[in-house]
Design a protein around this ligand. Sequence first.
Ligand code: ANZ
Length: 811
Amino acid sequence: SERYNPHATESKWQERWERDGLYTFREDPSKTKHYALTMFPYPSGNLHIGHWYANVAPDARARWMRMRGYNVFFPMGFDAFGLPAENAAIKNGVDPAKWTYSNIEYMTGQFQRMGTMIDWSRRFATCDPEYYRWNQWFFTEFFRRGLAYKKGGLVNWCPKDQTVLANEQVVNGHCERCGAAVERRNLSQWYLKITDYADELLDFGDADMPERVRLMQTNWIGKSVGAEITFGTPAGPETVFTTRPDTLMGATFLVLAPEHAKVTALTTDGQRTEVEAYVAAAGRKTDVERQQDAGEKTGVFTGSYATHPVSGHQLPIWVADYVLVTYGTGSIMAVPAHDERDFAFARKFGLEIREVIRPEGSEGMGEHAEAAYVGEGLIVNSGEFDGLPGGKASIATVTGRLEERGVAKARTTFRLRDWLVSRQRYWGTPIPIVYCPEHGAQPVPEDQLPVRLPENVEFTPTGQSPLKLDREWTRTACPVCGGEAERDTDTMDTFVDSSWYMYRYLSPHDDTRPFDSAQSHLLPVDLYTGGIEHAILHLLYSRFWTKAMRDMGLTTQSEPFRWLRNQGMILGPDGEKMSKSRGNVVDPDDLVREYGVDTVRAYLMSIAPWEDGGPWDPSGIQGPSRWLSRVWRLYFEEEAPGPARATTEAELRYAVHSTLKKVSGDYERMDFNTIFASLNVLTDAILDAKRSPVRQTPAYDEALNVLNLMLAPFVPHIAEEIWTERGGEGSVHTQAWPEVDEAAATRDTVTIGVQVNGKVRGQVDIAKTATQEEALAAARAHPDVARFTEGKTTVKEIYVPGRIINIVVKD
Ligand code: ANZ
């Protein structure tokens, strides 16, 4: 018989599966649906090892679900708009569409060579006009509903990519894509009103997301419950937002953000030069630089004073860049005694520090306090409010009292800002808006969608959208009056594309609606897998999109994903992120050429806990490779006579069913990395049985059959070969996952260690139901134990059932 040669069998099965449409999803009302989805890739050129790592384990799990009787929906597509296509166009002079579509063809072939059960009949790319037409349709619907609007203001600008960015795309002050330091520009741009859903987005319902994803989204949304308090100023009333209205009587100055509208009016002539210089300098700093807590606080006095709404005291008004114009009202009441930033500022500029919250039993903070007191306590030095409880826990009560007094109004603010979606780049969805001198901004009517991207444009980034340069394209007619009008020349953020793509798979070629609601029984996605880098951007946006679609009556779902899991990252052997410049990249195609697909799949699933990831160990792949040779030998080669470990039918059945039970649990919990070890040990146990008389029993046949089925999700090609060679009907991949025989899966004996004076001296097999006397008798009968106990006086005997026996003796 032949030795294991994966190359011959793997491509044969891939072709057969394709020909038979084995993975084409078909409706089957007798089964429960299971929608498994892996985040679709960007068609960058080819699949790297990270794509394999991200896709192989979810594929194995989808296959396992199918064997368990679910009707599994497992589609894939391409997230195809974005900068790399344009950059390639600029660099190599190829058309972005050509570049993208040829990458898509190549990468689809790579996915097929990975042996996945993806249903390719559902494939689409977000750059297909057939797809982006619906981005445009959503945009015009959102516009009609007030969910899409245009406004001017300060926006994030990436000087390298020459486009604006959403807040979510700015990571520590840098462009999340290219790393350039982000600047601020005053521009008029389109926004989607995600803030309408801020509160609802904090409620994850029964969507099961990793704790850190919930936390990141919750912090990003940043809900703060507090109050608005209005102070009088020479430039009119000024309202501040505070989360600590209980500290109102401790406010000793006000601070405005440098960009605050009242700065000019409040600056006195004497202070003007200094304030203007300060404001100009602040404009050159990034938000991160401004907010760095470690950084020295800076600021200037405006020369004006505000009137405290309760005490009537005159409080100096300062300008400082630790106050952000984009949050709250862009101004604060500073309470140095109880806020760390205000404390540092007051110390630096010699401003008054007034204690108003005192922990019980304390003498008070005195004049030489070294830090703000931010804890709970009782209100002091606050006149009529003295004695009320203060601190975060009592904000509601205090706010109520202040509201009665008419000096505060309860208010909740969010950190979340509306989603800026205009981009000044070419390779994206054109914004379907037309500007008419007479009728203003008008949505392009549905029957004129899609507004196609013009071809043959000059893309070199200039800071203006390349679409602007194509006069033929920009000139159009106003949908209202038919008069001459201009198209919007920006394109949409590509995160728009991925916000609803999971719905499009239901009817990818539907040209009458974004997706067919007759298919909505497939929703929501039951298991969504992908990288943690999308914790905020893509996941938050798609949760918002689903809620907006629900409110438009397109779906009844409120959450797109029932269960989310993030894989870790495969690093180079040096423990660093793989990158061409570091030269530590592992190419999956090379590995497949050398070892075959099944070996690479098995190795990637066993290399690390899937959610953690870890470094690539080049020698580690030998384990799965040798294992598959042994699997092959087990089924297809004659066993050379040799010493075999004695085995019984019961032991073999125990090995089979306890492994089956373990592996099922591993798939269920997504503990993929232990599956290989279990299957490896079982293979050896069956090889032992093959060399022993047990080979003649039904238990042996059962073992071969169950192992074959267990191989199917994990190493689908070799499993199919075995199935067919053993005369199985149809495909192994449409078989049912075997049932665990619970009685066979549990052993009625346990092996436990025996200690003498705390040292392990031997191990005994005893019945699980053994009494203490029986257990101790078995222990004493063990020769290695007897050597240390005979002739000695027993002081104590301890039997912890199922775990350990300890005998304490003395001479
Ligand atoms: C008085 C006060 C006293 C405050 C105190 C805190 C502690 P979060 O929780 O992040 O919402 N604040 C308000 N607007 C601001 C802005 N635009 N830039 C910088 N800081 C701003 O924080 C709300 C608190 O941050 C507010 O409550 C305000 O300071 C400050 F013992 O008001 B507080």
